[in-house]
Ligand binder design. Structure first.
Ligand SMILES: Cc1cc2nc3c(=O)[nH]c(=O)nc-3n(C[C@H](O)[C@H](O)[C@H](O)COP(=O)(O)OP(=O)(O)OC[C@H]3O[C@@H](n4cnc5c(N)ncnc54)[C@H](O)[C@@H]3O)c2cc1C
Length: 447
């Protein structure tokens, strides 16, 4: 297998980009991937079409304890760099909606192919069916630390520095007065080697640098695990609270049947909570709500909280009804609603408002109820569909533990974290891949 500059755990978006970029600067890496082939999640992404970046990506599209953390990676490897990277391999992007870029071919497998070909050409090795189960840190050699004190005296070196007054004349200890200390520098010398030993269903492998690019918890059957988080914890790094994100929300109890009866109906609306709002489609399902607007808000939703739907975000429903009343007051409310919403939904609103009344007979109270229902439709989800249906994991290795410039663990030199296992979670729309590509690039520069 030969010598490697680093070992990358995980042949997903981040690990593959890291391997290729490392190859460009002459570094040899080995990817260890537990699945039979690399890039499984890329293959199913964007409905098999892979929304590989977003033209408008900025820090506001990411959730993190430190929303500025991702900026350094994006400054080093931008959306434009991503576009150029894929264009160099003949993959051109097509914007579908809201800046979301997909390959013109509409085939996610073309994206995976880029990495497989590039790794081959650059001589980067990929070992599949190689589940890593443990990482141990080994230290060897002599390592000396000296502190250098600088001040208005000749600089002095010592292995230990006591920041205190220690007058022990009797013991013959020397005291230098008028010796203002202005600076302390730390010097390291000697041979000191750290190696990480990777254990798994292969012969154990050692490497001075290890990249943890093994993703998050969504979709267990595709190889997802908490391995990255476990490794971080085992090296004393803090991991933030994690939860499924970009995930459908469930409705149970007395409203369950009402939502289920609308399964398959989709409509445009504004979904809001106390923190944020999104304008996109929602989709009714047998177990609750899905669709892009719901997936987006799910990343900001916490159990027990309500969300609000504005089903006519750009037109006052009352003004619409009053205008229509002037034209023909005999028309039934349900017919008007069916012009704005799917017929089945208009019928289902009969549970809450008098849809069989004609416009002329609607009272002030009726209009107030209609306004409240259409513009402030309140939903209290019971839960979410969990990691099996989530597109991404919210949370991960705390950003304060990593250098934003290199993504190396500050306390554990040689250990890098990138992609989904870091506490940087993108919105729906190509943002998560952009983070995976950018973080993979950054790590590669520092191997
Ligand atoms: C259904 C779906 C659709 C999506 N669509 C999009 C989209 O269109 N656009 C977008 O931006 N994002 C999308 N995402 C999110 C995106 O796929 C992830 O954010 C991205 O793949 C994260 O990259 P990663 O390299 O960090 O992790 P991954 O791509 O998940 O790669 C991690 C790899 O590590 C391997 N691994 C894990 N543990 C070990 C171990 N112990 N030993 C060895 N190997 C291990 C895994 O098998 C996996 O191959 C989608 C996600 C899902 C689930």
């Amino acid at each position: 297998m030969g010598e490697f500059d680093a070992i990358i755990i995980g042949g997903g978006a981040c690990g593959l980009m890291c391997a290729v970029q490392a190859g460009y600067i002459g570094k040899r890496v080995l990817i260890l991937e537990r699945n039979e082939k690399v890039g499984e999640k890329i293959l199913i992404s964007g409905g098999g079409r892979c929304n590989y970046t977003n033209l408008y990506a900025s820090e506001i599209n990411f959730i993190s304890e430190n929303e500025h953390f991702c900026l350094s990676a994006f400054a080093q490897y931008s959306v434009e760099d991503t576009i150029q990277f894929f264009e160099a391999f003949g993959i051109y992007g097509e914007e579908k909606t809201l800046g979301q870029l997909f390959p013109v071919s509409n085939k996610a497998k073309d994206i995976v192919q880029v990495f497989e070909n590039a790794c081959k050409e650059l001589g980067q090795e990929i070992l599949c069916q190689a589940l890593v189960t443990d990482i141990l840190r080994h230290e060897s050699g002599e390592f000396e630390v000296q502190y250098e004190l600088k001040g208005i005296f000749q600089s002095i070196r010592s292995k230990k520095v006591v920041i205190a007054e220690n007058a022990c004349k009797e013991l013959g200890q020397e005291i230098l007065c008028q010796a203002l200390v202005t600076d302390i520098l730390r010097h390291e010398s000697g041979e000191f080697e750290v190696q990480y030993e990777l254990k798994g269903i292969f012969q154990s492998i050692r490497s001075k640098k290890v990249v943890i690019a093994c993703g998050g918890l969504p979709i267990k059957k595709m190889g997802a695990s908490d391995f990255g988080l476990k490794v971080a914890k085992s090296f004393g790094l803090r991991v933030t609270e994690v939860a499924p994100a970009l995930v459908p929300l469930t409705i149970t109890g007395k409203d369950e049947e009402w939502y289920a009866s609308l399964s398959g109906n989709s409509m445009f609306c504004r979904v809001s909570n106390d923190y944020i709002s999104f304008e996109e489609n929602i989709l009714f399902t047998h177990w609750g709500l899905s669709g892009p607007a719901i997936l987006q808000i799910s990343s900001y939703w916490r159990p027990g909280e309500k969300i609000e739907l504005d089903l006519s975000p750009h037109e006052s429903i009352v003004e619409y009804l009053l205008n229509e009343k002037q034209i023909n007051g005999k028309r039934l409310l349900v017919h008007l609603l069916a012009e704005k919403f799917p017929r089945k939904f208009a019928d289902a609103l009969g549970k809450y408002i008098p849809i069989q009344k004609n416009l002329a007979s609607l009272t002030k109270e009726d209009l107030e109820n209609i306004d409240s229902l259409i513009h402030h439709f309140s939903v209290r989800p019971a839960g979410d569909k969990g990691y099996d249906k989530a597109e991404v994991m919210r949370g991960g290795v705390a950003t304060e533990e990593l250098s934003s410039k290199t993504l190396e663990a500050k306390k554990v030199p040689g250990l890098f974290f990138g992609g989904e296992c870091v506490d940087v979670t993108g919105w729906l729309g190509g943002f998560n891949f952009q983070w995976a590509w950018s973080s993979g690039f950054v790590i590669a520069q520092n191997l």
